[in-house]
Design a protein around this ligand. Sequence first.
Ligand code: 5GP
Length: 143
Amino acid sequence: MTTQAYDENNIFVKILKGEIPSHKVYEDEHTLAFMDVMPQAPGHLLVIPKTGSRNLLDADPAVLLNMVPVVQKLAVAAKQAFEADGVVVAQFNEPAAGQTVFHLHFHVIPRREGEPLKPHSGTMEDQGVLAAHAEKLRAALAS
Ligand code: 5GP
């Protein structure tokens, strides 16, 4: 049982640095939230810290302290924006648990009764749809 070190060349660091595009929903000093490119349901977004850690297991607790209120704020906004019945907040640690990107992140996924979740890391969504969903979320945050 080995755990690899944090690799700062991961894709979410490239998003943080603006080296690859993303549909941003929220940003503050410590945290960024943006749309998941392969949403499991409409409105699926990711919340990441600006500080690097591989996942929850090696994260500084102070980083978590900054993140959780943002996750809550976005879960409330996602429920409102997508007229959802509930919201999944998910977080995977290491490949055995389903993690595919090794920079700590929380998934926020609005859920509607009777609508099944699409597969994790399944199909790439249309960029126009993601842009519209990010806009809906930003509007809900501002309301
Ligand atoms: P994990 O499997 O590590 O919990 O989740 C990684 C998530 O990142 C997946 O849901 C996947 O769809 C998403 N993802 C992977 N690459 C990118 C990317 O380049 N941009 C965005 N916005 N999301 C990504």
